[in-house]
Design a protein. Structure first.
Lengths: 145, 517
């Protein structure tokens, strides 16, 4: 039986980098595979103009390609170079909920995510991705400061 | 015809220019009157043709045309509007959306965007026009037309998606011109291309009329109702500048803000109406009695029952645009595997637009007692022009404002903002529909598109400066002309929709189309 994989949330930020670094050390010591997850924020209930609707399919493809090429692929390549088994998962949706979905789909043992560390009014009012994830996750979550 | 109007109106504008140097009032009157006279004179024949009565009756043939079509589609699809109502709501909620398609336009977004194009002045001003001429009874016929119109929308939007053009870059173009053209060819029917071109011409006219001038006109009426009377061309120039900034200047942020504010305005409007209705709960029974009595006796309105019926049907068609073909253009831009799902989603539009929102407006006008009734006979008191006398001698959007303000004094201001935003969002929507028809006719290209957009801005000014009567008649006529061509097409293509429906229902039953939530 293989060790269940670890999902690491990566958004290209410094916090994302720190999460990847920690997940890498987890993977190296346990022999688990890594899943680099990237979620593009998207709500099916936002309002779009007619032009936005017409262009949506094109934009979605562009956003997907950009996330793949600019953000995820370099990280995957770097981790593979370190000798790890790595795959990626790029999806649209509510960030925390989608990360939970990815972890479920991959039978992951845990989710590693970086924290931006904003304690301002915005985070208090709207909540943060990491906070929400900690609330709703179905597997253990490691939050990297 | 359009070129004629344009040249005439441009001529009017140019000859009137020196007058601008004169005293403000005089100048305004000159420009307004000249535009108005020339406008009425040059569009009169078109309006007369569209609204000609069925020989020997007082019923305009076009009204019968739309309602008969809606009834035919309702029967042909076995009252799909009621059978599929629950499924439509499940689709909008996303119960059948594949999570792997996240990031594509959702059914909810498609519905919200299509609604922001139809919910507008028809719901506020149009309904007021209907009840001030046809009485409370017009409401009954309006609701009936709205319910039947759901089947028409279902048919046209399914076809819009099915026969759209998909381009290599992933963008899509669709609407009646495409299904008339491609659908007729596929079924081996002649004249498809000809009808597609006719539709596109009427669509450009409709975009300039109901989608533009009527909106500008009523936006001016709403603002002058709050700040006092002032020349219409001033509103026109300001509104045209904003429209210019959006559709030519590419200031997308304005359109995006409007698209986001309009739904909230719509909700606020309905909530306010509900509060007024709740505050006068004891009057609701009486209001419905008046609606039913009016529907079947006319309660003394000009033209009797037929007068009430025509007003109700006409306003419903103008407000929810079922059968006009505009929604088919809007929905065809949505990416979906099953064309019929857009049909299901779109059938909710006439329901929300007409059966819910228009009825709210109507109930508020009736409940607040704006229509003057002779206490002895129980019949309406008519004014000089044959309409019903109202408390403040108002009509159109001013009547709705008077009705809401009689309960909430400040509502006039909210309504003025709402009307302005609704008008603006409807104009932006119609500039899109018109442009789609324009590019179908003349091909795509920056220069060609610019010509359309400049014309569109010009007509904003014409619309704001004209009087209501001439603009309203032309707006209705151009929109209904779209309906004439579109519905002929729908009759010939409805078997295609029936096949889609049967196939979809079979797969839904077998579990091939599965629920994700």
């Amino acid at each position: 039986m293989t060790t269940p994989p670890i999902v690491v949330a990566y958004d290209g930020s410094g916090a994302g980098e720190r999460a990847v670094t920690l997940a890498q050390s987890f993977a190296q010591s346990s022999g688990a595979a890594l899943v680099v997850a990237h979620v593009l924020e998207w709500s099916p209930y936002s309002f779009l103009t007619k032009e936005e609707i017409e262009e949506r399919h094109k934009r979605r493809k562009e956003e997907m390609t950009r996330a793949e090429d600019v953000l995820v692929s370099p990280v995957v390549a770097k981790l593979q170079a370190a000798g790890l088994t790595v795959s990626s998962d790029i999806r649209f949706g509510h960030v925390a909920e989608t990360l939970v979905d990815i972890a479920k789909a991959r039978n992951a043992s845990q989710i590693v995510i970086g924290r931006i560390g904003s304690s301002g009014l915005g985070a208090r009012l709207f909540g943060s991705v990491t906070g929400t994830l900690a609330q709703i996750a179905t597997v253990p979550v490691t939050i990297v400061p | 015809m359009q070129r004629l109007t344009q040249r005439a109106a441009l001529g009017a504008f140019l000859t009137a220019l020196p007058a601008m140097a004169m005293a403000q009032d005089e100048a305004a009157a000159t420009i307004g009157d000249t535009i108005n006279d020339i406008f009425a004179a040059s569009t009169g024949w078109f309006v007369a043709l569209i609204f000609a009565n069925v020989p020997g009756t007082g019923v305009p043939w076009i009204v019968g045309w739309l309602v008969i079509a809606a009834a035919v589609f309702s029967l042909y699809f076995g009252f799909i509007q009621f059978r599929a109502f629950k499924h439509s709501i499940q689709l909008v909620k996303g119960d059948y959306s594949d999570p792997n398609d996240a990031g594509e336009v959702s059914h909810f977004q498609a519905l919200a965007t299509a609604l922001s194009g139809t919910v507008g002045l028809g719901n506020i001003a149009g309904v007021a026009v209907a009840v001030s001429i046809g009485g409370a009874g017009a409401t009954f016929w309006m609701i009936l037309a709205g319910l039947l119109g759901m089947a028409t929308k279902f048919t046209e939007c399914t076809l819009g998606v099915k026969y759209r053009n998909e381009y290599p870059d992933g963008s899509v173009s669709g609407g009646p011109m495409y299904y008339l053209d491609k659908g007729f060819k596929e079924r081996g029917l002649p004249l498809g291309k000809f009808m597609a071109v006719m539709f596109a011409i009427f669509c450009v006219l409709g975009a300039m009329g109901g989608g533009n001038m009527f909106q500008a006109n009523q936006a001016h009426a709403a603002i002058s109702g709050v700040v006092g009377d002032y020349p219409g061309w001033i509103t026109g120039v300001i509104l045209a500048a904003v429209v210019f900034a959006v559709i030519i200047g590419g200031l997308k942020s304005i359109a995006q803000v409007t698209e986001k504010v309009v739904p909230f305005m719509g909700v606020l409007y309905v909530l306010s109406a509900l509060v007024i209705i709740a505050m006068n709960l004891d009057m609701v029974g009486e209001a419905f009695r008046e609606i039913f009595a009016g529907a079947f006796t006319g309660l003394g309105v000009t033209g009797g029952i037929i007068g009430a019926l025509i007003q109700g049907f006409r306003r419903a068609a103008f407000s929810n645009e079922a059968g006009i073909g505009s929604a088919a253009i809007a929905h065809s831009a949505v990416r979906t595997k099953e064309p019929i799902t857009e049909g299901f989603v779109s059938l909710l539009e006439p329901f929300i637009d007409t059966v819910v929102i228009c009825t709210m407006t109507s109930l508020v006008i009736i409940i607040t007692g704006q229509l003057m009734v002779n206490p002895e006979t129980g019949l309406y008191i008519l004014n000089d022009s044959g309409g019903i006398a109202t408390v403040g001698d108002t009509s159109g959007v001013a009547l709705t404002a008077a009705a809401f303000s009689s309960v909430f004094g400040w509502f006039g201001y909210v309504l003025a903002v709402a009307v302005f935003l609704f008008a603006f969002s409807t104009m932006i929507s119609w500039s899109y529909y018109g442009l789609k028809a324009w590019t179908y006719l003349f091909g795509e290209g920056k220069g060609k598109e610019l010509v359309f957009k400049l014309l569109f801005c010009f007509f904003v000014i014409v619309g704001a400066a004209s009087s209501l009567g001439a603009v309203l008649d032309f707006s209705d006529a151009a929109l209904f002309a779209m309906g004439v061509v579109n519905i002929i097409g729908l009759y010939f293509l409805m078997p295609v929709v029936k096949r889609e429906l049967a196939s979809y229902q079979a797969r839904l039953k077998s579990g091939e189309i599965k629920k994700f939530k």
